[in-house]
Design a protein around this ligand. Sequence first.
Ligand SMILES: *[C@@H]1O[C@H](CO)[C@@H](O)[C@H](O)[C@H]1NC(C)=O
Ligand SMILES: *[C@@H]1O[C@H](CO)[C@@H](O)[C@H](O)[C@H]1NC(C)=O
Ligand SMILES: *[C@@H]1O[C@H](CO)[C@@H](O)[C@H](O)[C@H]1NC(C)=O
Length: 873
Amino acid sequence: MTVSSLLSNGGKLVALGLLLLTNPVAEVATTHDVRERISLNPGWKFKRFEENPDDISYAKLKAWILPTGNNFIKDSSKRPVRPSAQPPSVSFAEPRFDDKSWESLDLPHDWAVKGPFLTEKYSIIGGGEGRLPIHGVGWYRRTFTATRDDVTSKSVYLDIDGAMSYAMVWLNGNLVGGWPYGYASFRLDLTPYLKAGTNNIAIRVDNAVASSRFYSGAGIYRNVWLTKLSKTHVGQDGTYITSKDVSAKSATLDLVVAVENAASKKSEEVEVVTDVYVRDTETGKLGDKPVASFPRAKVTVKAGEQESVKSSLALPNPRLWGPRPSQEPNLYVAVTRLLSGRKTIDKYETRFGVRTLSYSGDGLRVNGERIYIQGVNQHHDFGSLGSAFNVRAAERQFEMLTDLGVNSVRTSHNPPARELLDMADEMGILMLDEIFDTWAVAKVVNDFNLIFNEWYEADLRSFIRRDRNHPSVVIWSYGNEVVEQRTGTVGYNVSMKLKSILREEDTTRMCTLGANNAGPNDEFTSSMDIIGLNYQGEGRGDVGPLFPDFHKNFPDTMIISTESSSVVSSRGTYLFPVTPGNSANVSAEGFDEDNMHVSAYDLYAVPWGASPDKVFAAQDAYPYVGGEYVWTGWDYLGEPTPFDMARSSYFGFIDLAGFPKDRYYLYQSRWNPTVKMAHILPHWNWADDRVGEVTPVHVFSAADEAELFVNGKSQGIQKKEELTYRFRWDEVVYAPGELHVVTWKAGKPWANATVRTTGDAAALKATTYRERTTIKAGGEDLSFVSIAVVDAKGDTVPLASDKITFSVSGGGEIVSTDNGDPTDMVPFPSHERKAFNGLALVVVRAKSGASGKITVTAKAEGLKAAEVVLTVE
Ligand SMILES: *[C@@H]1O[C@H](CO)[C@@H](O)[C@H](O)[C@H]1NC(C)=O
Ligand SMILES: *[C@@H]1O[C@H](CO)[C@@H](O)[C@H](O)[C@H]1NC(C)=O
Ligand SMILES: *[C@@H]1O[C@H](CO)[C@@H](O)[C@H](O)[C@H]1NC(C)=O
């Protein structure tokens, strides 16, 4: 409910400017923090059971679980009522249960990533889900203490940012509630079951077999918080700030604050005070003084109810949020306080940005500037670290993407961690925030279809409320390749129903769907605000390109490729002959079935896909298209098309370990064309039987002219033809020695590059990612150390597969190792890893409490060892 009538200014929701902003009433400073947010990540006991150990299930306990979503069900008559009695007790949830023999661990945690890989052809978890044991029931237990004051006068909540899946939570043996969708963030009210002293919390998660098309991870894989609040407080994700009438001089900010009174009897009158601060882009610190303040408003909230308080202001000289590199991601923080009399009873911060968005038949404009979307799809896992959220791992993914020129990320196909959106806000990355892969019709038997009808509203509303203040979020997506696309009006109706919910929760952004099937004349297509096309725009197989057909029917609608390309490749693997065309079908050519590798000439797409070259040509031929989201930026666990027996995808332009494939440079040449770069493929270390064989040489560069030399002999000058994106000398004959390319742009020298036949492997070379040789104490920070197998001159030996043994001394520990080979079935925690095409990775952290130096050593038989020294800060 809106309580404009309760506003102190008489109910007018107008911008009051800055005149009314200073309030004469002095406020009482509180002696302790009025809002406590305590990490519950450390100190859990855990056990996983492959078979159901407790005879409970979502189906049996659903009556207690469904009401957890009630805050997000608009029609109060549709809110399920919780049974008055507790369900039968379960021993694992009882405080007295003896969990001493269980594993001790800290969250975030993904039980599946440590393996072992399930390598049987018909194993219970196949290639699609990464051959890792995500299935089964996991129980987590820990204790925390509460004070008498917490019990008598506070509201105490458990905030779970993500638990895979069907989470159910017990406090002191009582079932509190839960949330099935594993990608949702949710809150549970612990207060009714809280006691002074030790409290025992038990969480059960349950992953069915065939519950996902791709690697879901397993367990409580995001942060968990204990939030202690006054009875009357700002509700969960309870603020919403939007801007309008944005100019250089001013912007109108509209604020809604949801004030919740969780007391059982007493109404409370509070004053809502919100000040706006500038957030320093470099330091993240807030300015000393507010730059604006919303008019104060008083509201009386009855016990057990929630009221929304609206206010507006004119922000002078707004510093806009916009995407890098052409704009700056400036952020503000609104600090909302609730005053009861003169006492502050809650303080809540909302980060936001001021910017304008417009969407048209010509694409996206941010603050009036057309921004061509140079986007990637990203799954939620971090390769060898699994799905357990880690800030540093996420930062590294974003850093490598933005270095290349990526300006946008689609969170395929589920809500990301909260921290990922914070990072995007700070880095100026445009986010396409997606919630569902499935609606009511299944893709695999146990996916979201089972609960769509019960949960879509709560999931969708809670998702939008969680994410709608992030300026980085510029497009919502509420589905991907849903089967409903081809069900005529049935699917159209579902789409419109979801869209109407989305509109109620956010009026400022348009939304899309990833449509791989809905055609230009389908009713379903007309349900989309933005036409999101998976593959069909640039052409799928022999169909298309369909951009012109969609544009003809929807001339004013923004069109993007929500998925493009789906080229597959194994880093550093080159197969012959090379297709003469600019795009080929990987089901027919370009692969090595025995070794399960795909050629990295990066021309081989899945049958529904297209090479980057073909996608670029279609994007450029139809310049009204707003951009593309490449499938994918990084490789990810599962979906190892075209080899189901492998463990991880071949789609990324960065491999699973974080090593760029050749394609990385093709995208960089287009998306970050100021980088003076020329990249040559393949390597030049072919066996004797290739001497004299045709071995095509391709070069990726933003240059427009290039000359290739083989052992000093020119292979001719090439000019980039219109709608072509690579230099290719397809007739080169292999002879060991040296490839050298010289490039020019607009007639001026641009960049040169050399690839040499290397000598035998002689040594290992270790480097830290971005030369970052410090690591923060505490165990959360990670160091990514790359190992190259090099010859005596220091050149990486391109086919080296030496077995490397890793060790650390000092206060460090090895978290995982990898090499980017989708077929490597050695479990990720192993301290031994073969190099894949010359490279391997070790991920290291500082043990909690460690300080000083950590030495990371890599050894291989017959090679000079390598080490790096990290300093713990
Ligand atoms: C779709 O929705 C319209 C409007 O509510 C309704 O009249 C129609 O029967 C629905 N059609 C289907 C197939 O669900
Ligand atoms: C791709 O190749 C496979 C195997 O030859 C073939 O069955 C399929 O029809 C091809 N698809 C396209 C789109 O060319
Ligand atoms: C590349 O090589 C050419 C010819 O040797 C030379 O003129 C040019 O300066 C070089 N360019 C760069 C960037 O090194």
